[in-house]
Design a protein around this ligand. Structure first.
Ligand code: BGC
Length: 404
């Protein structure tokens, strides 16, 4: 472990005030989000893995934050479940507000700066039944919920993330048919992206109306696209088009409403174009793969961080992690990605925080509980938490970089 840590030379200079921590999302860890569209969707088909109690983080949050702080973290990202706050249109659940106040106060008590997501893939049932993000009034409905959160909880929030990974949400829910409402249409994709962009802009303004100095952004999933063969113009072209569409389109629709750039990075994809047969495909890298089969490539992390320089804003890494049940690769993954982050900083990317995905093993959406992303292992029978050895490697890096 010492060897691994020494290879990271993040200087105290660069990491002064740097945010170190991990991220989670409500539906994946809290348990019993019975008013959410995912909950209903799971129940519509008996073969689907149910989130159920998940990690019971709804009750165990204080212990979990204490653990995060023992692991050296000074920041934490979590999400608020809209379906708990607004039980039906305009009906605010005071108990849910009180609960999230306790959660955010607990973060403060444990010395963790809060990064709070307002939408992380799930919707209230009533919202989904009305047509969800396809409806023209969806941004207005979202911003009403946002207003309640800002008024009631805003004093405890340090960084706001309006929407997590809008392009992933639209692709899984309105194109690939993997997630609810499992639709597939060009028009749907177009509408949902535009409505989410409008929702972000309205939320940005609403938050700033109440907190002029707020720091507001989104968590953007970025894929490092590269041509499978640099010599082939077709490969270069499809890599550039996908980069524009997936990585930059949402930013271009929401210009001037990002106080920072939030980056989620998992993998690099090599794009290939062929004329006969006419096809665009992705080639996975040759190196190690995670338990999800995702290729591990820290060079891609450097690439996406460098690309984000163009927006001229501070950058926070809000997710980066690996499914690795045996914890064989996680420590190396963290080290190689932090080295990439350092290289990007040296080339001018203003990266000010690194939040690992995830603090805990959790409910990995349609993949159920098998993928293990946690720095901390969760025994789902007993709910006992056990930090993995990679969590201590990360702690040693944090301690070394902050000179403690
Ligand atoms: C999502 C998380 C998810 C993680 C790993 C991200 O795209 O924001 O909810 O668990 O990837 O798949």
């Amino acid at each position: 472990m010492e060897e691994q840590v020494q290879m990271i030379s993040m200087t105290t200079e660069k990491t002064k005030g740097f945010y170190w921590g991990a991220a989670t999302s409500a539906y994946q860890v809290e348990g019993n989000n019975i008013h959410s569209d995912w909950w209903s969707w799971e129940r519509a088909d008996s073969t689907r893995t149910k989130a159920g109690k998940a990690c019971d983080h709804y009750n165990l949050f204080d212990d979990d934050f204490k653990l995060a702080s023992l692991l050296g973290h000074n920041a934490h990202r979590l999400s608020i479940e809209w379906s708990r706050i607004e039980l039906s249109p305009g009906v605010i659940n005071k108990r849910a507000i009180a609960h999230y106040r306790e959660v955010l106060e607990s973060l403060k008590k444990h010395g963790l700066t809060s990064f709070v997501t307002l939408h992380h893939f799930t919707n209230p049932n009533w919202f989904a039944k009305r047509g969800g993000w396809l409806r023209a009034d969806s941004p207005d409905l979202f911003v009403k919920y946002v207003r309640e959160v800002v008024i009631n909880l805003g004093d405890l929030v340090d960084f706001w993330i309006t929407i997590n990974e809008p392009m992933v949400y639209v692709s899984q829910s309105y194109w690939q048919r993997r997630w609810p409402p499992q639709e597939k249409s060009f028009v749907g994709v177009w509408r949902v992206i535009n409505n989410m962009a409008r929702a972000h802009k309205l939320a940005y303004r609403e938050i700033h109306r109440h907190q002029p100095n707020a720091s507001v952004g989104i968590a953007k999933h970025l894929v490092a696209y590269q041509p499978a063969d640099f010599r082939r113009i077709g490969d270069r072209w499809v890599a550039a088009v996908e980069d524009w569409w997936f990585n930059h389109r949402f930013f271009s629709l929401t210009r001037d409403t990002h106080d920072y750039i939030g980056v989620n990075y998992y993998f690099l994809l090599k794009k290939k174009f062929s004329i006969i047969p006419l096809r665009v495909s992705s080639v996975l890298g040759k190196g190690n793969k995670s338990d999800m089969g995702w290729p591990i490539d820290a060079g891609g992390f450097e690439q996406v961080l460098l690309h984000m320089r163009r927006y001229g804003r501070p950058i926070y890494v809000l997710e980066n992690g690996i499914a690795d049940a045996n914890d064989d690769q996680r420590a190396d993954f963290i080290c190689s990605h932090l080295r990439a982050l350092e290289r990007a900083q040296a080339k001018g990317a203003d990266v000010r925080g690194y939040l690992h995905w995830s603090l805990l093993d959790n409910y990995e959406w349609d993949k159920g509980f098998d993928p293990r992303f946690g720095l901390v292992e969760v025994d789902y029978e007993t709910m006992v938490r056990r930090p993995r050895s990679s969590a201590y490697v990360m702690r040693a890096i944090i301690q070394q970089s902050s000179g403690s």
